[in-house]
Design a protein around this ligand. Structure first.
Ligand SMILES: Nc1nc2c(ncn2[C@@H]2O[C@H](COP(=O)(O)OP(=O)(O)OP(=O)(O)O)[C@@H](O)[C@H]2O)c(=O)[nH]1
Ligand SMILES: [Mg+2]
Length: 302
């Protein structure tokens, strides 16, 4: 056994849309967490494993933290906040353009109370003039002067700028410990869950307004054959009008969702995929604890 091996869990937290999932995918070099330009895309803890020569970094991507106003949203924020309890390090992601927003204040309050080592990645630096960055770093250091803030690292999750530097800093701060997952594992999430997320991502990207937020996806059957993987999935929405939007004029929207999702799932499973989609109305599911549990958004283990 290598006594110098380091391992541990790192929670990725931050406001909605800060780029947490984009960063996770960038660090892993593979897409396992869905992303979109709309806030509140991630709804579960997403575990991603980065294997290095003498370390294993286990990241937990989480839903964005904000002032929640509904049962579903409260559950999302709870999921994120409770993820912090089980980890060795906390990686906070903040969008440089939104550092003064209300959600950032909520995130700051968490940082100030936390006793674990915190790293702050200021994301989306590709969108800002270099000269504007320094005052933002200063403002963060002042705000967090009493916190366990170890380092502030400006990055671009999308372009990969300074992401390696961030990984090296996290690696250095991890405790010595054994390999936690098999060397070739990238996640512990089952493929059927990732498939449901890929479908949900396409709904997030292709539809607008309330529809993505009123959508949940479940997998009804997932059977992998040697040359073909057969999947049937349900897209649940809250109202008939939303069902109409998902299906689209002459079925065009559901076809687009199915096609784009299928191509991506094929890459993941490595065979052709036959994907069948059903659209179902589950009235007000976001307010229904039983439905939230059925869709995987409500956990009793807190
Ligand atoms: N320009 C730019 N855009 C970025 C960068 N990182 C992420 N984005 C974009 O920001 C948007 C949100 O990214 P996500 O990774 O989904 O954000 P998130 O923090 O996981 O969001 P939630 O899951 O909703 O909390 C997407 O449109 C990304 O492409 C970056 O470094 N530069
Ligand atoms: Mg996300």
């Amino acid at each position: 056994m290598n006594n110098n091996f380091k391992s541990g869990f790192i929670a990725i937290i931050g406001s909605p849309n800060a780029g947490k999932s984009t960063l996770l995918n960038q660090m892993l070099g593979e897409k396992i967490s869905i992303t979109s330009s709309k806030p509140q895309t991630t709804r579960n803890r997403i575990l991603g494993i980065l294997q290095r020569e003498s370390s294993q970094l286990v990241f937990i991507d989480t839903p964005g933290i904000f002032k929640a106003d509904s049962i579903l949203n409260n559950t999302l924020v709870d999921t994120a906040v409770s993820a912090i309890k089980d980890v060795d390090l906390i990686l906070v992601i903040s969008d440089v353009l939104k550092h003064e927003s209300f959600s950032e204040q909520i995130v700051t309050n968490i940082i100030l109370k936390e006793k674990k080592k915190i790293f702050l990645a200021l994301n989306k630096i590709d969108l800002i003039e270099k000269s504007l960055l320094l005052p933002i770093i200063d403002a963060w250091s002042k705000k967090c002067s009493s916190a366990e803030l170890t380092e502030i690292i400006p990055i671009s999750a999308k372009n990969g700028t300074q992401v390696e530097k961030l990984i090296l800093s996290l690696e250095k701060a991890l405790p010595y410990g054994p390999q936690l997952f098999p060397e070739d594992a990238i996640t512990d999430m089952p493929m059927r869950f990732i498939a449901s997320e890929i479908i949900r991502e396409k709904v997030f990207i292709l539809t607008g307004q309330e529809v993505p937020y009123a959508t949940a996806v479940t997998i009804d059957t997932f059977s992998e054959g040697e040359n073909l993987c057969r999947i049937s999935a349900s897209i649940h929405v809250e109202r008939d009008s939303q069902k109409g939007i998902i299906i689209g004029n002459q079925g065009k929207m559901i076809k687009k969702i199915g096609e784009t999702a299928r191509k991506e799932i094929e890459k993941m499973v490595g065979t052709k995929v036959f994907l069948e989609l059903f659209v179902r109305v589950k009235k007000n599911w976001r307010k229904d604890v039983r439905a939230l549990k059925e869709f995987g958004y409500f956990s009793d283990k807190k």
